[in-house]
Design a binder for this molecule. Sequence first.
Ligand code: PLP
Length: 480
Amino acid sequence: MAPWVTMSVHDPAPLHPRPRRGFATEQVHAGAEPHVPGGANPRVTPIHLTAGFVFDDFDQAHDRFTGGDDGFSYTRLGNPTNSALERRIAALEGGSHAILVGSGQAAVASAVLGLASAGDHLVSASSIYEGSRSLFTENLGRLGIGTDFVLDANDPLAWELAIRPNTKALFVESIPNPKNDLVDIALVAEVAHRHGIPLIVDNTFATPYLLRPIEHGADIVVHSASKFLAGHGSVLGGVIVSGDSFDWSVTAADGSARFPHLDSPVASLGGQSLAAVHGPAAFLAFTRDVVVARFGPTPSPLNAFLILQGIETLSLRVDRQSASALQVARWLEQQPEVASVDHAGLESSPSRALAARYLPRGQGSVFAFTVHGGTAAARTLIDSAELFTRMTHLGDVRSLILHPASTTHAGRTPEQRAEGGIWDGLIRLSIGVEDAADLIADLEQALAAVRAAGHLTEAPADEAVAEVVVERAEAAGIQA
Ligand SMILES: *Cc1c(COP(=O)(O)O)cnc(C)c1O
């Protein structure tokens, strides 16, 4: 038997039970390779940096290709380092299986391609990561998969009205970027399941330490592992996690199979369907064997190793980053130069009730605030930052600062930006593990630079912001 008996590409049977131990325990132990009696048994999962794996003999080669032996054959189809990380993330998310891919974008793309084909349809919340939005509209759109966007993700009627007979998934982010306008996952899952449709949740901003979407009804969870899971900002990675309760043999309203690729006879399965053989794991089996194995977004085992190293301290980092972010957000809210702060942990947040229900451990560490004085003030503030790094990334141990209107959201029209609350003075922060006092001191000197440059007297470009500005300026006793 191969020393690394792991989830086969042919038979994704659950290897790791749902976690029974605490999160901090699981983040260092879950999915570790089995002890091999008499083996060398390294304590840390090794980096299996190899394209392929030796077949002992003629028959083993045949068995590995046809499912009779679940050992490894070629790294695009599976690798022991990558598998260890897949098992760990599945355990932390409370899912049954996971697939590791090369980036978060690959995870979103592969998950959707595991469900939908030309002529199909998705419904997504509109406040999602810009890369995912463009993937849906520009890439999947060209493949004949249409997407409709729901402006208020917490309005069940908006989802109902957007769902069509050919809708194959609903898509949301647990903590949307950059406004922190939380999504009621259970509410969206309920609408999805009423129509026999799975809910995909991008849980990148929350991490499984703060929120486990599967426990609230999500069927598929995706991550950019490049962010908090890795944490050190040195590699990219993505992961697709599947829950174990969705019935893939569900029929559409007209009685036809909603997921014909999962629910029709497969010759190599003796004429049975993937849903009949794999049950709730059918989606993951198809996505692994057919989508990911062929499109090939394979991560390097070196990257998987580095993400494993990062995950071992996930809860420690996220605890500290969340606490510091709330401290920074509270401080910003008191500053007269600041018009508003979008952090779900603040008493002023419209998402406060959802935060209490979904994010009791902390509300994450990526949030935005809007400075008076529009683009000019934002430019001065960002260029004055000394400790914060100007960079488009998040979940890093270092604190980062970005101006969404001129970067991530530059491709959208001013009307679209206004619709999403991406004001010209809006600045996104990702709080790292530095001392909060140093971060506040850096923002303090940057706000002083904004004040000195005289931007505060300039009229805000946006009327909606103007109202907030006037209200808050009056409250703070500033002459507008
Ligand atoms: C970064 C990010 C992605 C894309 O991940 P990459 O690893 O950069 O490809 C997707 N979703 C969210 C919410 C992200 O923050």
